[in-house]
Design a protein around this ligand. Structure first.
Ligand code: 8DG
Ligand code: MN
Ligand code: MN
Length: 368
């Protein structure tokens, strides 16, 4: 028929790292629905299904205008039968029954609330759910054993579930820079994560720390953390040391896609910035804010920035592209060419994209 002969409405590349995904797009009503299904699948520990919905949403984020008819999606990658059915229903009726019933379900709501506690993952939340826990407040007077992270998460539940603004992220940046300069002059900090991609708010603030003289950064994290702690700026912190092993031929490859930098998961006590006096009296004068700190050797800095800027799907596809298309292995430390059997050095993100044969995608267009 005639429709079949028309050229596709849109063309979209397969991997998220091959396309530009800006922060603002034209299909939020569809992407929110698909992302809710992705979240629900993750709660059910069905990662494959979760990634499939996330990919479908991500493809819609790259389209230059809002989708009106399902036919316009013909030929697009990553849109499976299930995603298409949901999209079609929303286009025709304004909502999807599956999405709405998931949103209303006791299990989804409980899992959302419980995994919203810092330190609580899907496995723990699911176990609690099966034992009858529904809300964070159910944990306060229960027998459930909580580790230190979870105790802090419960204590600061409200603050940690309030978005962090860019202004708050910048204020934290000033503090982190002070701490870093105090213990290692000349060290450099870089804002990574969602804020580097141009987000105006986020669930935490991510920083990467390095020093232009290789080796100077060793053992830096405990000193920074100690400085912050002494100033009374930390409500919680867990530091893990660098477990990255150097071998003769270059850096050894970590076994998983978890990286091996010195890092710190923390909760900052951020003094209120500019609340008007009456507002200050109502509530406490500080806010608990999640902050991730990572220390990278200078030689790995470009890989670390690329790896910690996200989005998560963008990172996943960068690695998948490197492996499947280029026979290379990419992580936050290095790029290994399996064919030439050697590490490829790079000192900028641009260089890494180029080594992968990819067009450079700036951070603001990595919101896949
Ligand atoms: P948000 O905080 O505003 O919600 O968004 P985000 O900044 O994009 O999310 P994030 O959870 O803070 O993660 C930021 C980036 O950090 C993301 O691209 C994934 C990356 N990241 C982790 N954990 C690890 C890890 O263990 N290794 C590596 N290489 N990257 C990680 O979150
Ligand atoms: Mn973040
Ligand atoms: Mn983070």
């Amino acid at each position: 028929d005639k429709l079949r002969l028309d050229p596709p409405e849109f063309t979209v590349k397969n991997y998220a790292c091959q396309r530009r995904t800006p922060l603002k797009h034209n299909n939020t009503h569809l992407t929110h629905a698909l992302e809710l299904l992705a979240e629900s699948a993750a709660f059910g520990e069905n990662e494959g299904r979760s990634v499939a919905f996330t990919r479908a949403a991500s493809v819609l984020k790259t389209l230059p205008r809002s989708v009106q008819r399902i036919e316009e999606l013909r030929g697009l990658p990553c849109l499976g039968e299930h995603s298409l059915r949901v999209i079609k229903e929303i286009l025709e009726y304004g909502a999807s029954q599956e999405v709405e019933s998931t949103r209303q379900s006791e299990q989804y709501q409980a899992m959302k609330a419980l995994t919203g506690i810092f330190g609580v993952g899907v496995k723990t939340a699911d176990r609690w759910y099966r034992e009858g826990v529904r809300r964070p407040s159910d944990l306060m007077d229960s027998e459930q054993k909580l580790n230190q992270a979870q105790q802090a998460g419960l204590q600061h539940y409200k603050d940690l579930n309030t978005c962090v603004s860019k202004a708050e992220a910048d204020a934290i940046g000033v503090i982190v820079d002070q701490a870093v300069q105090a213990v290692l002059p000349g060290a450099q900090i870089t804002l990574t994560g969602g804020f580097r991609r141009g987000k105006e708010s986020g669930h935490d603030v991510d920083f990467l720390i390095t020093h232009p003289e290789e080796g100077k950064e060793e053992g830096l994290m405990p000193k920074v953390v100690n400085w912050l702690d002494t100033q009374g700026l930390l409500l919680y912190q867990k530091t893990t040391r660098n477990s990255y092993l150097e071998s003769k031929d270059g850096p050894a490859r970590p076994p998983s896609n978890m990286d091996r930098f010195e890092r710190c998961f923390s909760i900052f006590k951020l003094e209120s910035q500019s609340c008007s006096p009456p507002e200050r009296e109502k509530s406490h004068q500080w806010k608990a804010v999640r902050v991730d700190l990572v220390v990278s050797p200078f030689s790995q800095f470009a890989f670390a920035v690329l790896g910690w800027t996200g989005s998560k799907l963008f990172e996943r596809d960068l690695r998948r592209y490197a492996g499947q298309v280029k026979n290379m292995s990419l992580n936050s430390h290095s790029l290994f060419d399996s064919h030439q059997r050697c590490f490829l050095r790079a000192t900028s993100e641009e260089e890494i994209f180029s080594l992968l044969g990819l067009e450079y995608i700036p951070a603001c267009d990595r919101n896949a």
